[in-house]
Design a protein around this ligand. Sequence first.
Ligand code: THU
Length: 140
Amino acid sequence: MGYQNLIAQAMAAKESAYAPYSRFRVGAALLTANGKVYTGCNVENVSFSATNCAERTAVYKAVSEGEREFSAIVIHGDNHDYLPPCGICRQVLAEFCDLDSFQVILANNEQDYKVMTLAELLPGAFQPGDLKPGNILPEL
Ligand code: THU
C-alpha cells in the first residue's frame, strides 16, 4: 500500500503545531482499521512537561471519537531525518495497536519514508494483557 495520502495529511497537520518553545513542529496521521484518518500536532506548554506530542494528540482524538483499532501512523517532523516517536508515544500506541502488524511510517516527505513495526520500536512492551487483577493487590 502507498502511504502518500497519509503522509500528506501528517505534513498538513504539522502546520497547526503549537511549538513556541522548541520551535520543532511535528505532524501525525493515524489510520483506523476501517480507513478513517485522525491527524495530530504537538501542543506545547509553558510548563514543559504538559506538552503533548503529535502522535498522542492523534490517538486521543481518535479514541475520544470511539475508535480503538488502528493500522498505521505517519510521523513527520521539521528538519528531521525519519523522526522516531518518543517513548511515551510508543507506550500509548501499544495500548491499542498490535505490535507486529501496526505500521509506523517515519516520513521525510511523500517519497522518502521508512516503515517500522511497533514491535521493532518497543520490544517487550508492557501491554493491557499483562495487567491481571491478581498482580495489583494481594488477596485479602
Ligand atoms: N515531539 C512530537 O510531537 N513527537 C515526537 O515523536 C517527538 C517529539 C514534539 C514534542 C515537543 O513539542 C517537540 O517535539 C520537541 O521535543
